[in-house]
Design a protein around this ligand. Sequence first.
Ligand code: ZN
Length: 211
Amino acid sequence: MSLSSGCPRCPAPVLHTDGRWSCPDHGEVAPLWRPDEATYDAFGDHLLAADGFPTLTCWPLGPGWSVTDFAVVGAEPGRTRATMSCISGTSAQDGPVDVIVVTEEPGTGLGARVAGTRHDDPGDEVGEGPPMVKIRVDHQPLSLWPVSTSDGSQEWDRSVVAGEAGGRWLWLVLRPASAVLLLRPDWVLRDLSSVGPGLLEVPFGGPAPAW
Ligand SMILES: [Zn+2]
C-alpha cells in the first residue's frame, strides 16, 4: 500500500489500536490516507480505499496540467467520509495554479483543513443569496458560493468556494487567490473513479501543494 495514514484535521500521525484510529489532538477519527507521491499506481490504491466514493476533479485537464495530490478519509472500504484531489498547472494571468476539490460528508473536517477555515463545514455563506458561479458535476448543476477565509489562521493566499451536492459538501480551493477568476460556468467536475481506461492518459506527479 502506497498510502500513509494521518489525521484528516491536522498533520499529526494517528495511532491504530483495537481497530480504532486516534489523533493526539482530535481523539478518535476516520484516518486520512495520502500518497507520498502522486503516481498512477498510488491512485489505484486510492481508488480501492475510496471504494466507490467519488473523487471529483476538474475535467478535462488542460495542456500541461497534472494530478499532483489526492487523499481519502475512511477507516475501511465502504465507510469513506471524504476524498480530495489537486490538479496543478499554469494560467496566463496567475502563473502556477493549484485547484483542489474536496468532497466530504458533513463534519469530516478535511475541507476546512485544506481551505484553512476555522469551522468544519462551509457555514451559512453557502446557499445565501445568488451563487457566485454555477458549474456542473457531470451533468448536474452545482452552485458555488464564496467562503470567507479571513478568520482562518493562514495568510490569504487562496480562494475558497463551496456548494452542496447529494448531501455532501464540495469545496474548491484555488491558489493563488486570483485563480478564482478562472471559474466559469463551463467548468465540469468529473469522478476520476469513473474515467476507466482513460485514466492511463492522465498525467500524475509534480509538486503537491502544502495543506
Ligand atoms: Zn488531528
